[in-house]
Design a binder for this molecule. Structure first.
Ligand code: TYC
Length: 107
């Protein structure tokens, strides 16, 4: 052991514990679509393609999953990106007079 070892202070007899790094990875958020009885299926497919970059086939699959199960995940993003997508999708739906609801939850 060296003369100055902060973890084992020979003069006081104290043993110090090194501080653990407190950095945590930032959380990710799932962006979620909710089913409703009024929004046309084609409009939901368009949303999934335009705002979430899905090819037509995948967008159709996710739309049908939401239609049958009530909710579905559009993608997983950082908090800022998820919040922006939720805002843009809800604004776009309202602008087209559809009640489609988009929301987010921590992944
Ligand atoms: N249930 C709608 C219909 O029958 C279609 C739909 C799918 C609506 C997904 C919303 O998130 C949704 N026209």
């Amino acid at each position: 052991m060296s003369d100055f070892d902060p973890l084992h202070d020979n003069q006081s007899g104290l043993v110090l514990q090194e501080a653990k790094p407190k950095l945590k990875k930032p959380p990710f958020y799932k962006v979620i679509l909710l089913n409703d009885d009024f929004t046309p299926m084609d409009f939901v497919v368009e949303i999934l393609m335009e705002f979430f970059g899905m090819p037509h086939e995948k967008a159709t699959h996710v739309m049908l999953q939401v239609h049958m199960q009530g909710v579905g995940v559009c993608g997983t993003y950082s908090k800022d990106v998820a919040e922006t997508k939720v805002y843009l999708v809800n604004e776009y739906s309202r602008a087209h007079q559809h009640p489609l609801m988009c929301t987010m939850e921590e992944a």
